[in-house]
Design a binder for this molecule. Structure first.
Ligand SMILES: Cc1cc2nc3c(=O)[nH]c(=O)nc-3n(C[C@H](O)[C@H](O)[C@H](O)COP(=O)(O)O)c2cc1C
Length: 327
């Protein structure tokens, strides 16, 4: 029997338990080392983040594409629902990045996670306010730079994850490359969906796991029923890579919009609010994601991870945690 797994034989049923490591991010110690990945646009909102925090994980509100005022209200809504750990995820690629960081700090957020580019400024702001900063990285070089700049922990995200991607390599390969090269906690993200995946990640040395797709397909996520139905029906090879107008690859379910993007025939933006620091303007990723969230089969873009084929049902956050505690 491995040290990470206690098998109890109960009336012929094998019950498996995960031996969760203790995750420490600055002075935060969640009951479970499970982070719900921030999911823009407005997918991981107060309901989802608070439900995860309430179960003893870390819930992240995706701040990207919100105004500072909207973010302030969303953080306050989450705080009304739970005393658990609530953080924000802010994409560096967003035009309002620093404004959203400052708003999160003044709203008293517990931690800030940031990916899709790299900011040196955020470490100073976090240090000044005593708020842990957790960058999302996909290379040992950036992991070491982040540690030197004062990162409290790292999310190491592989090319098998959902949303925008910083690497072609799978999360398991990146974890092996980075874990031994830094002294701060390493949280792995990408294709971790089932309790067995979580157990495997801890056996490979992860200090925590960040899951997006599993929580996307939860009752509490803010996506339309159509998108939830797609999550249940999709097979693993339905989640393909596209080039996002952010200038990074991204993974999404192969739908009409994805076919058009792959063929270079996606509709060009009719108007632009300048939400990104840099945008190819080949299509509007913001409006396509909003249409996806609303369940528009034609104009919608539906981000998911490569593990989408493992989603068989929409579960409540409570049930997801119940199965993580015993499966
Ligand atoms: C719909 C969707 C939206 C996402 N949006 C963001 C985001 O705004 N910022 C970010 O850093 N990561 C984003 N991600 C990545 C997740 O936070 C998480 O790291 C990733 O989904 C992990 O891979 P998994 O889906 O295989 O669990 C998104 C993922 C999905 C599925």
């Amino acid at each position: 029997m491995s040290t990470y797994e206690i098998k109890i034989i109960l009336l012929g049923c094998e019950v498996k338990k995960i031996n969760f490591p203790r995750l420490k991010i600055g002075n935060l110690t969640p009951e479970f080392p499970i982070i719900q990945g921030g999911m823009a646009i407005k997918v991981s909102m107060a309901e989802l983040a608070a439900a995860v925090a309430e179960e003893g994980g870390i819930g992240l509100i995706a701040a990207t594409a919100m105004t500072a005022e909207e973010l302030k209200k969303e953080i306050a809504r989450a705080r009304e629902k739970t005393d658990g750990i609530i953080g924000v995820n802010i994409m560096f690629a967003a035009s309002d990045f620093l404004k959203l960081i400052r708003q999160s700090i003044s709203s008293g957020i517990d931690l800030i996670v940031s990916g899709a580019g790299f900011s040196r400024d955020m470490f100073g702001l976090g240090k000044e306010a005593g708020i842990p900063i957790v960058p999302i990285v996909s290379s040992l070089k950036l992991a070491r730079i982040s540690e030197r700049l004062g990162a409290a922990a790292l999310v190491v995200e592989g090319g098998d994850a959902g949303g925008h991607l910083g690497s072609d390599e799978d999360s398991s390969d990146l974890l092996a490359q980075i874990k031994g090269g830094v002294s701060i906690p390493v949280i792995t993200a990408g294709n971790i969906v089932t309790p067995a995946d979580v157990k495997d990640a801890f056996e490979r040395g992860a200090d925590g796991v960040q899951m997006g797709t599993r929580f996307l397909a939860s009752r509490e996520s803010s996506i339309a029923g159509y998108f939830k139905g797609l999550c249940v029906r999709a097979e693993s090879d339905d989640a393909v890579k596209i080039m996002s107008s952010v200038g990074m690859p991204a993974r999404a379910i192969k739908t009409l919009m994805v076919e058009k993007i792959l063929q270079g025939e996606a509709p060009q933006p009719e108007s632009c609010i300048g939400c990104l620091k840099r945008c190819s303007k080949k299509f509007c990723v913001r409006s396509a994601l909003l249409a996806g969230k609303a369940g528009d089969p034609e104009r919608g873009l539906f981000f998911t991870g490569a593990g989408i084929g493992k989603i068989k049902e929409i579960l409540s956050v409570k049930e997801i945690f119940k199965r993580l505690k015993e499966y």
